[in-house]
Design a protein around this ligand. Structure first.
Ligand SMILES: O=c1[nH]c(=O)c2nc[nH]c2[nH]1
Ligand SMILES: [Zn+2]
Length: 430
């Protein structure tokens, strides 16, 4: 089936941190989509002339953006969003881990997976790197829910064998066996990919990190994700647990877990050595500015990441973060860079890139992240309700770029009118 979408659209097929004019916009644009794939892109009038018989979906009056890509978000934490005012380790003990223990009940986990997936897609997120659950049944339930919704999910079993709660602990042998079975069931099936996911080195022994590395070696193409350098107290504890490690990154590096398919969340307090290794390995730092603010973790040193050549993308980190909206994450990133000494001024192009193409590159998914011919039609239509301030800005904006800036400044999931994944409608505002 072929459809010609008519819209004001923006995308960042190039990286604005390294390319001038990376933001591409069409005020009255056309995207010709066939079988879920973008076949042609340009001015609407040109595409209409070339394809006079294609049915037109008219999306004028809003903004059409590539589907947003969240590179760090926790499945079991949707119902504990809002535990404000605690530092990381206290927040884990008091807010996150008690709820994560409830995921042992598969019926409960299925309900949570529904809340979670709806929250993501309703915010315009079409691809997510998801920290799953410590329970394999809950991870299955999530993959099933993602397959129903159409979400592009990269996710895995979260594994730990110390310092959390007994119910959340496993063993290297069991984590390997359960991970292998999940990979065989889900990796590369439909739109899902598997991510090997030790929670963080604080809760993962060398034995369990070795089991993770075995899964990575035996299943080329699975992704890797974990946390790093989020909180100063956490870093001290990790140093004590790995006395032979050069730094936090080395706890993963020594196990053979750092490479092109590794995404490390936070990295608020990195050393220069760690940044150099991350850049050389082409791995990604998932920057989660709302979480860093809510948990008081610190200011993300974006300038140092960019100078070192480390790839950076955005994550919501629900539920340490405050919601699923990557528009809000973009705004918070902008605020924090504005406020910190030596921060990087972030333009609307940077924010859009961080929320879309940067995530696609992090996850090595060349088929998504922008509106290039040959890419999947993953898209979010922002169309604020008439009478809202964002609607007023959209109607009077001097350029698509100004409208985009306002979408980041004041847009919410309530402004997401429709979401497509692979050409299929995945969400329509009620
Ligand atoms: O922000 C975070 N959320 C978590 O759930 C978590 N677990 C380990 N480290 C973490 N950081
Ligand atoms: Zn996290």
């Amino acid at each position: 089936m072929t459809t010609l979408y008519r819209a004001t659209f923006l995308h960042t097929p190039e990286n604005p941190f390294t390319h001038a004019d990376a933001l591409r916009a069409e005020s009255d644009g056309g995207l010709l989509v066939e079988g879920g794939v973008i076949r042609a892109r340009g001015a609407f009038a040109d595409l209409r002339a070339a394809h006079p018989d294609a049915p037109v979906t008219d999306l004028r009056g809003g903004l059409l953006l590539p589907g947003l890509i969240d590179t760090h978000v926790h499945l079991p934490q949707v119902r504990v969003i809002g535990g404000l005012g605690l530092p990381l380790l206290d927040w884990l003990d008091q807010c996150a881990l008690p709820e994560e223990a409830r995921m042992a009940d598969v019926a409960y986990a299925r309900d949570v997976a529904r809340d979670f997936t709806r929250g993501l897609v309703g915010a315009g997120t079409t691809t997510a790197l998801v920290f799953g659950s410590h329970f394999a049944g809950a991870v299955d339930a999530f993959f099933e829910e993602a397959a129903q919704t159409g979400l592009r999910a990269v996710a895995g079993l979260v594994v730990s064998d110390r310092l959390l709660r007994d119910e959340l602990h496993t063993t290297p042998e069991r984590s390997y066996a359960e991970g292998k079975a999940l990979i065989e069931r889900w990796h590369g099936v439909g739109r899902t990919l598997y991510a090997v996911t030790p929670r963080f080195s604080l809760s993962a022994s060398e034995g369990i990190l070795d089991a993770c590395a075995a899964l990575m070696r035996e299943h080329p193409g699975v992704r890797f994700t974990s946390h790093i350098n989020e909180n100063t107290r956490e870093i001290e504890v990790v140093q004590g647990l790995f006395p032979g490690a050069r730094d936090y990154l080395d706890t993963y590096e020594r196990a053979g877990l750092i490479g092109r398919h590794s995404v490390l969340a936070h990295n608020v307090h990195p050393s220069d050595r760690e940044l150099g290794v991350m850049a050389a390995a082409h791995c990604t730092a998932a920057h989660c500015p709302c979480s860093n603010s809510a948990l008081g973790s610190g200011f993300f040193p974006l300038r140092r990441h960019l100078d070192a050549g480390v790839h950076v993308a955005l994550g919501s980190d629900v539920g340490g973060g405050t919601g699923f909206s990557l528009l809000k994450e973009g705004l918070q990133a902008h605020f924090m860079q504005n406020l910190m000494p030596g921060g990087v001024p972030l333009s609307p192009a940077h924010l859009l890139y961080l929320a879309t193409k940067a995530g696609a590159d992090a996850l090595d998914l060349p088929g998504v992240g922008a509106f290039e011919p040959g890419q999947q039609f993953d898209a979010v239509h922002l169309a604020p309700a008439p009478g809202t301030p964002l609607d007023a800005v959209f109607r009077h904006a001097a350029s698509p770029e100004r409208a985009l800036a306002a979408a980041f400044a004041t847009g919410t999931p309530g402004d997401v009118a429709q979401v497509w994944i692979g050409g299929d409608v995945a969400h329509t505002r009620a």
